[in-house]
Design a protein around this ligand. Sequence first.
Ligand SMILES: [Zn+2]
Length: 188
Amino acid sequence: MSGPKGAPQLDRWRRSPEFREIARRQCQEMNKRHWEGPRCEAAKRSDGQPCQKPAMTNGRCHLHGGRTPSGEGWHKPRWPNRGAADGMEKLDRKLKDQDRAARKRAKRLAAMTPDERERHENWHKARRPGAAAARQRARDERRQNAEFRERMAAQPHAPSPELQAITDELMNLRQRLAEIQTDKGVFS
Ligand SMILES: [Zn+2]
């Protein structure tokens, strides 16, 4: 196996001008790709100017929300890179942060009035994690239900044909019951 000194043949190749030329071109290519693409437009804290670092897929650099999860996993925590030398430290820190956030959340919930608690729960009900399509479906359903309730509230004097039929039937039965009871002398 190659130690720090490496296999002599490989070392010779790595030291060769050809190899260095290939490596240099590769670096240039990577840098070009890195800086040619879209830039981060977030305002820098120091002077308010656009950040201008290379943007990640969501249009922001890694410091300005580029690593913020989105899509189906938007609600899941981002774990540190396993291969990093300080990966374990970062993981510890992350877990501790999450713990602290959970305790803070519990304290906040406990201090809420029933009214505030209801508003809080409704807010979260309207923002459930999960796939975008499923959330959109749930949103549409909630909107349709609200519209239906609104329509029903706007015309309280227009019962549906089913309700009308049931009401009629109920009245018939009650009249019939009263007649039978009268016949049997219940009311006399
Ligand atoms: Zn940025």
